[in-house]
Design a binder for this molecule. Sequence first.
Ligand code: B12
Ligand code: SF4
Ligand code: SF4
Length: 404
Amino acid sequence: MPVAERALTVPEGHDPIALKAALKAYAREVGLDVVGVASVAPFLAEKEHLEHRQAAGLGPNPFEYPEVSPRVYPDLLLPGARSIIAAGISYLVPESPSAGGPLRGWLSRYCRGLDYHTVLEDRLEQVAGWLEARVPDVHTLIHVDTGASLDRPIAERAGLGKLGKSTNLIVPRLGTWVFLGEILTDASLPPDEPSTMRVCGNCTRCIDACPTGCISEWQVDANRCIGYVTQMDGPVPPEYRELMGNRLFGCDDCQDVCPYNARPVSGLHPEFAPLPEIGAEPDLLGLLAMSAPEFERVYGPTAAAWRGLEPLQRNSVVALGNSGAPAAFEPLTETLEHRSPLLRAHAAWGLGRLATLRPTLSPGAVEALVGRLAVEDAPEVRLEIGQALAALSAAEDGQERGGQ
Ligand code: B12
Ligand code: SF4
Ligand code: SF4
């Protein structure tokens, strides 16, 4: 019988309400903090919004599932789907003391510990297995982040919390520091009511704090979000480099300022604590010197590894430039000789930036840049060197005029 026509049975002696209650209790037992059930009704407001974004050229972001329909009609993903079990897991852990020193980067909280995709998927698999053991012939489909499902709107519909202006889901007691995932199923479970919590009001803290100004109420221009920029392939567009500061992967500014994150519960899941070998503030020079196999060993278990080593090294070079530390001068001049043109190009920018922050380093930076230009073949690197030299010359002119 086709799945859609089948009336799925529930365990003997259980009604759907009891089944849902038992499932939620089991989900908490396996380490999920919030669980709810959403209906599979089409996400029509989201459909309109996604289409509007596409028409305006604001989406889809390269990390989003490209087609709209499977995102908003859940039964296109799992034929006969009747319910979506939405789950969230808190990832906030108590902050460790700062590693200190200028040559340190910074990792967003979501990628400091074990990769949440693996952790959450494992737990959702246990819940799906629990359901499959009780409901004959049930089908399930698990999504965590990378699937077509709209994790946030599903979680909101399932009553897990409310979406804030920053677009992050705010969960009572846990704040926004919550990973989301879901199980689509053809088992019929009674949906939960969406939360009646009223959020945000007149607050605009996330909008005001965002380094690139990419948040407008309830939407983010994803291509301008530092969370995206730090993960993109290829060169970082120049206008974002200063704004990145020492961020190596992700950005937490809109969450750090959110009043719902003022006193959230933390430390529920030590698996999300920074891995001891990396910490929250990785050593920039260590990352620059790292080999690919070493990177796989050290960063492989985290969510910061999926783009590979080069984007993190590129971001380290940007962070060295932004550090303004004299100790960054030598590593940057050495990186001008790196075999990767991407790193050489960013090293040229980094030297220009460093010497703008520390004018005493300017003559040495000019010498290194001119020396490299004499032997550099890659047009993109030559261009960056030219721009760095022009920026330094403009800065010098400005100082001379200021000194007159
Ligand atoms: C692509 C993506 C990104 C992109 C774009 C983010 C964005 N805001 O769209 C980038 C790379 C920038 C990004 C950054 C981050 N991400 Co991200 N990302 C995703 C992903 C894969 C898809 C999101 C998506 O489809 N965006 C498109 C927009 C349109 O959809 P949406 O935000 O899901 O839903 C909004 C719309 O539907 C809108 N909407 C609906 N109808 C209407 C109507 C109107 C008129 C308007 C204005 C809006 C509107 O309301 C919803 C929320 O505001 C999801 C996982 C998933 N599969 O859903 C994770 C996900 C959203 N990301 C997550 C996280 C943790 C982050 C970061 C915090 C990581 C970091 N520290 O750097 C930042 C946060 C930035 C931010 N303020 O959003 C979590 C969020 C958890 C939570 N509690 O909210 C998710 C759910 C991953 C997960 N499974 O846990 N991310
Ligand atoms: S993660 Fe950073 S850049 Fe992205 S929306 Fe939030 S504050 Fe803005
Ligand atoms: S910072 Fe303010 S406006 Fe932004 S999500 Fe939090 S409460 Fe809402």
